[in-house]
Design a protein around this ligand. Structure first.
Ligand SMILES: C[S@@+](CC[C@H](N)C(=O)[O-])C[C@H]1O[C@@H](n2cnc3c(N)ncnc32)[C@H](O)[C@@H]1O
Length: 336
C-alpha cells in the first residue's frame, strides 16, 4: 500500500473513531438550548452562558466547535445561526428535527453495545409499552419533520389514478401519522384508521389536527400484537418504521393479519431501512440493525428477499421495491 493510501485509510479510521465527538457536541447544543438561546438574541459567549446558566469557558468551547461544524457563524465574537440551523434545530421551527436528541436514550443504549453483542439482550427493551410510551413521543416529533417531504412523494405514488375514489387506509404503529396525513390532505375521499399505543395517540391527534385532516381520521388504541384489523377492509395499509423493532416472528404474524385485512388489489407500503440481499451495505440499514440490538429484544433490519417471502406467505404476492426519490425506496405489495 502506498503511503498516500495508508494516510487515507488512517484518516478514515480516525474519523470514525472520533465520530462520537461531533454527535455529542450537537446533542449537547440541543439539550442545553444553545440554538434557541441564540435565536432569542443572545449572541455573545457571556450572554449565552448567562442565559443557559453555564460557564463562559464551556460555552465558548461549545460555540466555537459549532462554528467549525458550520452550525453557527461567528464574526467579531458575535455568534449567529446558519439558515440550516434556524430551520432544523430551533425548537419553535415547524421543521425542528432535534426532539429525539433532547434525551440521552439512544446514546445510553449504544454505550452498552459490547454487552448486547455478548448477551443478545438490550439494556432496555423498547417494545415494552411503558418504555415505548416514554421514548416514542420524542422520536415521532423528529421523524415527522424528517419524513413529511418524502411522505408527500409516496402519497402521490399511492394515489396515482385513485385521487377521486374512496380509500380506506390503515396506518399501523402510526406515530405522528406522517405517512398517512399527506394521503388525507391530497384526497378528501381518504379515510384513515390510525393505530398505536393509547398514550402515543394523544400526540398523533395533535399532528393530525395541525394538518387540518381530523375529520378523515379514526383511532384504534392498543398493541399491534393484539389488535384485530378485521377482514377485507382496507385499500392501503401503511407500516412505517415498525417491522425493524418488532422482529421477524411478530412481523410475520402481523403480515398474516394484514393479508386478511386488505381488500382484493389492496396494497401495503413498508417504509423501513433495507440492506441489500447480501447484507453487505448500505451502511445505514446495517448500523440500524445494531440500533435494534441495543434497543429491542427481537428487532433487526430485513432484505427485500425476506420481505417478499413473508408477504407472499400472507397472500400479498405482487411485491417490489419502488424508488420514490434518491435514497428513498419503499416496499409495495399488492393482493392480486
Ligand atoms: C419508530 S416509530 C414510527 C412511527 C411512524 N410510523 C413513522 O414511521 O414515523 C414506531 C411507532 O410504533 C409504535 N409502536 C411500537 N410498538 C408498538 C406496538 N407493539 N403496538 C402499537 N404500536 C407500537 C410506537 O409507539 C411508535 O409510535
Amino acid at each position: 500500500m502506498s503511503q498516500d493510501a495508508k494516510e487515507q485509510q488512517i484518516q478514515k479510521i480516525s474519523h470514525i473513531f472520533h465520530a462520537y465527538t461531533t454527535s455529542r457536541t450537537l446533542m449537547t447544543a440541543v439539550q442545553l438550548d444553545i440554538f434557541n438561546s441564540i435565536s432569542q438574541g443572545n449572541s455573545t459567549v457571556e450572554q449565552v452562558a448567562q442565559n443557559i446558566h453555564a460557564t463562559t469557558r464551556g460555552v465558548r468551547m461549545l460555540l466555537d466547535a459549532l462554528v467549525a461544524l458550520e452550525f453557527l457563524k461567528k464574526k467579531n465574537q458575535i455568534y449567529e445561526l446558519t439558515p440550516i440551523t434556524a430551520t432544523f434545530l430551533v425548537k419553535s421551527s415547524p421543521d425542528y428535527v432535534g426532539a429525539m436528541f433532547e434525551i440521552d436514550d439512544l446514546w445510553n443504549t449504544w454505550s452498552h453495545l459490547n454487552q448486547a453483542i455478548k448477551t443478545g439482550q438490550p439494556p432496555r427493551a423498547l417494545e415494552q409499552e411503558e418504555k415505548a410510551t416514554e421514548f416514542f413521543p420524542h422520536l415521532i416529533k423528529s421523524l415527522h419533520a424528517m419524513s413529511i417531504g418524502k411522505s408527500n412523494l409516496l402519497a402521490d405514488k399511492l394515489l396515482k389514478g385513485k385521487a377521486n375514489i374512496p380509500l380506506q387506509v390503515l396506518d399501523i404503529a402510526c406515530g405522528s401519522a406522517v405517512w398517512s396525513i399527506p394521503l388525507a390532505e391530497k384526497s378528501d375521499k381518504v379515510i384513515v384508521t390510525a393505530q398505536d399505543f393509547s398514550q402515543v395517540l394523544q400526540s398523533t391527534k395533535t399532528f393530525v389536527e395541525r394538518h387540518g385532516v381530523e375529520k378523515q381520521y379514526n383511532y384504534v388504541a392498543g398493541d399491534l400484537k393484539q389488535v384485530d384489523y378485521g377482514e377485507n377492509k382496507y385499500d392501503i395499509v401503511i407500516l412505517g418504521n415498525i417491522v425493524h423493532s418488532e422482529g421477524e416472528k411478530s412481523s410475520r404474524v402481523l403480515f398474516q393479519k394484514i393479508g386478511k385485512a386488505l381488500k382484493p388489489h389492496g396494497r401495503i407500503a413498508i417504509i423501513d431501512m433495507f440492506p441489500n440481499n447480501e447484507r453487505s451495505g448500505p451502511p445505514f440499514p446495517l448500523l440500524f440493525a445494531l440500533n435494534m440490538l441495543v434497543n429491542t429484544t427481537e428487532g433487526d433490519t430485513y432484505t427485500l428477499e425476506e420481505y417478499c417471502q413473508w408477504l407472499n406467505e400472507a397472500n400479498i404476492t405482487k411485491v417490489s421495491m419502488e424508488e420514490i426519490a434518491p435514497e428513498f425506496s419503499v416496499i409495495i405489495g399488492e393482493v392480486v
